[in-house]
Design a protein around this ligand. Structure first.
Ligand code: C2E
Ligand code: CA
Ligand code: CA
Length: 483
C-alpha cells in the first residue's frame, strides 16, 4: 500500500546447494507479530474493565516525568478521583452494577480529560488524571470542577434503576522540576482526603499547611478510638424553656470530650471525624443511654433531647438501639426526643419515613434540628411525622437586622405551627430576640439568655426563678400589646 510502512525482518544464511555455497535471504512481514505485541503491551498497561491506563502505566509515566523534570517553565497537575458511594452500589445492587458504574464514570473522565493528559484507573474506584504541560493552576481546578459536576449525574443500571455516585477530587499542581514533581502524589492525596472530609462530591486544591491540619485530624482519629473505653465523654445539658409552661420543659444533651492532653474538644471538631470512621455508632449509643439515665434522676422531671447523627440514623438497627436504651434504662419513652437533620429526609425519604413512623410507635418524639440551613424546603415538612422544629441559630442571630431572615423565621413558624409542630428557637442570646421570636409564634427557647450547656453536677444549681423572670420580662411588652 502506498504511503504505509510495513515492519519487516530480514533473515539470511549460507546454504550449500548442489555443492555450491550460496546465501539465501527472505523478508518476513512482521505486521501480525507487532499487532500481537501491541495488544499484549496494551493489556499490560491498561485496565481491562475501562481501557484506561492502569496503575503500572501511570506510575511509569509519572516516574519518567519526575526523573526528567518535564518541560522547563511549565507545570504539571495531578488529580486523584475517588467515587463517593461506590461501596454502597456494590453492596445494594451487586457487582455487575458496580462494574457498570466504574465503566460509565471512566468514560466520563476520559471525555473530560484533555488530550495531552493521562486518565488512569489506579484500582477499585480510584482514578487519576496526570496533566503535564499546564500553563495555569486554574486549568486543573477547572477540570476538577467539571469532573465533580459530571460524575454526580445519574447512571442507569441494566435493570433501569438510576443511581448517583458522585466523586471527591484532590488536586495538586507542581512546577516542572524533579524536586517538586516528587511531591505531586502525596499532596494530591492530602487534598483528596480533605475533599472527602468537606462532605464529598467536591474537589479540593492542595495548599501548604494542609499536611499539618491532616496530621492533627489523624491524631484525633487515633485517640477517638479509645476515648469511649477510657470514659472520656461527658454530657452537658442545656435548658429549653416553654412560653406556655413558663419553665424548663426539657434539656438538650450535648456531648463533650475531655481529652487527657488536649483538654475539652468541641463536638463540632470530633463528631464529623467519628462519623467518618464509624465510631459515632458506639459513641451515639453511649450518649443515648447516658441521656436516658439522666432523665430518670437528674433532670427534675423535664424531658431530654438527644442529637442523632445521620450515620446513626442510617444504621440498620437504629430503631432497635433506641428501643434498647429506653427499655434498659426503664424510662418513659415520651421523655425522650431525638434531634435529626433535614439531610436525613432528603437522602432516602421512603426509608426516613418508615424509621420516623417506627420511632413514633415507640413513643419518642422527633425534632428537626438546625432547620433552615439545609434544603430549606418547607414543602416536605408536612409529609414526615415530626413533632418539633428547631430554628437554626443563624436565623435567630440575623433576624433583627435582616428582613429576609425575619421572613424565613416567620414562614417556618407559621407553617410549622399550622401543622401542629412545636417551634423552638435555638441560640437565643438577647431579650430582643426572644421578644421577636415570641411575637411571630415560637413556643420554646433555647440559648445563652436562659442557660448555657451545664455539666450534670451543676444542674441542681440552675436558677429556675431567674429563668422564669427573664422569660416574663421578654414577654411583658407582648402582653401589654395584647391587653
Ligand atoms: P446543635 O445540635 O445545633 O447544638 C446547639 C449548639 O449551639 C451547642 O454547641 C450549644 O452549646 C450552642 N448554643 C446553644 N445556645 C447558644 C447560644 O445562645 N449562642 C451560641 N453562640 N451558641 C449556643 P455544641 O455543644 O458545641 O455542639 C455543637 C454541635 O455538635 C451540635 O449543634 C450538634 O450538631 C453536635 N453535637 C453536640 N452533641 C452531640 C451529640 O451528643 N451527638 C451528636 N450526633 N452531635 C452532637
Ligand atoms: Ca441539636
Ligand atoms: Ca441545632
Amino acid at each position: 500500500m502506498a504511503g504505509n510502512r510495513i515492519p519487516v525482518e530480514m533473515r539470511g544464511r549460507e546454504v550449500t546447494y548442489h555443492g555450491v555455497r550460496s546465501r539465501v535471504g527472505c523478508i518476513v512481514d512482521l505486521r501480525e507479530r507487532k499487532d500481537a505485541e501491541n495488544r499484549i503491551r496494551h493489556l499490560a498497561q491498561h485496565d481491562a474493565l475501562t481501557s484506561l491506563a492502569n496503575r503500572a502505566l501511570f506510575n511509569e509515566k509519572l516516574a519518567a516525568l519526575t526523573r526528567t523534570g518535564g518541560p522547563a517553565g511549565g507545570k504539571t497537575a495531578l488529580l486523584l478521583i475517588d467515587l463517593d458511594r461506590f461501596k454502597n452500589i456494590n453492596d445494594i445492587h451487586g457487582h455487575p452494577a458496580g462494574d457498570r458504574v466504574i465503566q460509565v464514570s471512566a468514560k466520563r473522565l476520559a471525555e473530560l480529560a484533555p488530550e495531552t493528559s493521562l486518565p488512569s484507573r489506579l484500582g477499585g474506584d480510584e482514578f487519576a488524571i496526570l496533566m503535564p504541560g499546564l500553563a495555569f493552576a486554574a486549568q486543573a481546578a477547572d477540570l476538577a470542577f467539571r469532573i465533580v459536576s459530571t460524575l454526580i449525574l445519574p447512571i442507569t443500571l441494566d435493570d433501569g434503576t438510576q443511581v448517583r455516585v458522585g466523586a471527591s477530587v484532590g488536586v495538586s499542581v507542581a512546577e516542572n522540576q524533579s524536586s517538586e514533581l516528587e511531591r505531586l502524589v502525596s499532596r494530591a492525596d492530602t487534598a483528596l482526603y480533605q475533599a472527602k472530609h468537606m462532605g464529598r462530591n467536591t474537589y479540593c486544591l492542595y495548599e501548604p499547611g494542609m499536611d499539618a491540619q491532616l496530621e492533627k485530624r489523624r491524631e484525633i482519629e487515633t485517640d477517638l478510638a479509645e476515648a469511649l473505653e477510657r470514659g472520656e465523654f461527658d454530657l452537658h445539658f442545656q435548658p429549653r424553656i416553654s412560653i406556655a409552661a413558663r419553665r424548663v420543659v426539657s434539656y438538650e444533651a450535648l456531648v463533650r470530650w475531655r481529652h487527657p492532653k488536649k483538654g475539652l474538644i468541641s463536638p463540632a471538631d470530633f463528631i464529623p471525624i467519628a462519623e467518618q470512621n464509624g465510631k459515632i455508632i458506639a459513641i451515639g449509643e453511649w450518649i443515648l443511654r447516658e441521656a436516658c439515665l439522666r432523665v430518670r434522676s437528674e433532670l427534675g422531671g423535664a424531658r431530654v433531647s438527644v442529637n442523632v447523627s445521620p450515620v446513626q440514623f442510617r444504621q440498620r438497627n437504629f430503631v432497635e438501639a433506641v428501643e434498647a436504651a429506653i427499655v434498659d434504662t426503664g424510662i418513659d419513652p415520651s421523655m425522650l426526643e431525638l434531634e435529626i437533620t433535614e439531610g436525613i429526609l432528603i437522602d432516602d425519604d421512603k426509608r426516613a419515613h418508615r424509621i420516623l413512623t417506627e420511632l413514633k410507635r415507640l413513643g419518642v418524639t422527633v425534632a428537626l434540628d438546625d432547620f433552615g440551613t439545609g434544603y430549606s424546603s418547607l414543602g416536605y415538612l408536612g409529609r414526615f411525622p415530626v413533632d418539633t422544629i428547631k430554628i437554626d441559630r443563624s436565623f435567630v442571630r440575623d433576624m433583627a437586622k435582616s428582613d429576609t431572615a425575619m421572613a424565613i423565621v416567620r414562614a417556618i413558624a407559621g407553617l410549622g405551627s399550622g401543622l401542629g409542630m412545636t417551634i423552638v428557637a435555638e441560640g437565643v442570646e438577647t431579650m430582643e430576640e426572644a421578644r421577636l421570636l415570641a411575637h411571630i409564634g415560637c413556643r420554646e427557647f433555647q440559648g445563652f439568655l436562659f442557660g448555657r450547656p451545664t455539666p450534670v453536677a451543676a444542674i441542681p444549681g440552675i436558677d429556675h426563678e431567674a429563668i422564669a423572670s427573664t422569660l416574663e420580662e421578654c414577654l411583658a411588652p407582648a402582653l401589654e400589646e395584647a391587653a
